[in-house]
Design a protein around this ligand. Sequence first.
Ligand SMILES: [Mg+2]
Length: 219
Amino acid sequence: MSRFDLVIFDCDGVLVDSERLVVRVEAQICAERGWPLTEDDIIREFVGLSDAAMRSRLSELVGEPLDDAWHDEYTARSRDALERELGAVPGVAHAIDAIEAAGLATCVASSGSHDKMALTLGTTGLYDRFAGRIHSATDPEVVAGKPAPDLFLHAASHMGVAPERCAVVEDSPFGLTAALTAGMAPFGFAGSVIPADRLAIDGVTVFESMDELPGLVLA
Ligand SMILES: [Mg+2]
């Protein structure tokens, strides 16, 4: 018997390999505007945040308000990169199959909007298997985004599972902190853009490949 009844998957960087594409777009836009932010800065500051939280933090860092033209350009260019180049995270479909075959429930909880997940999960063939179990930081029940625990508590409540019976799979320190604060067991996937040493927060199980995940959550 597993310690868990539910495995909650983050979307970007866990189910779909989107972070490297979006980070590249953000770095290009920063360079064009003369903002001195490198890809490493962008990964450290923004990966795992909602668009709204990212916009507010970026505005702080560059010392100027970000207008709607910036937001429209960022959204359009990110979407274009995702439509052209996005793939599923290698091995994730098999990992989900193995976890569900063992009788655990699964769901998604993402800082991204439902529109963005319809695109990213849709183009990678993962949307249908999660339909009805997809939760977003933009849902009205979620007051504060990651690193606050609200989104994961909302997902667990919607799925009817107590927090201590939930595993959370995340690729960002913001998400791992949210899971810890929610009283859930965090598993840090180091196969996206954030390296293992930055995910190795106290209480987090770090892993490198989706092939390892079923063994970790079913143990
Ligand atoms: Mg993520």
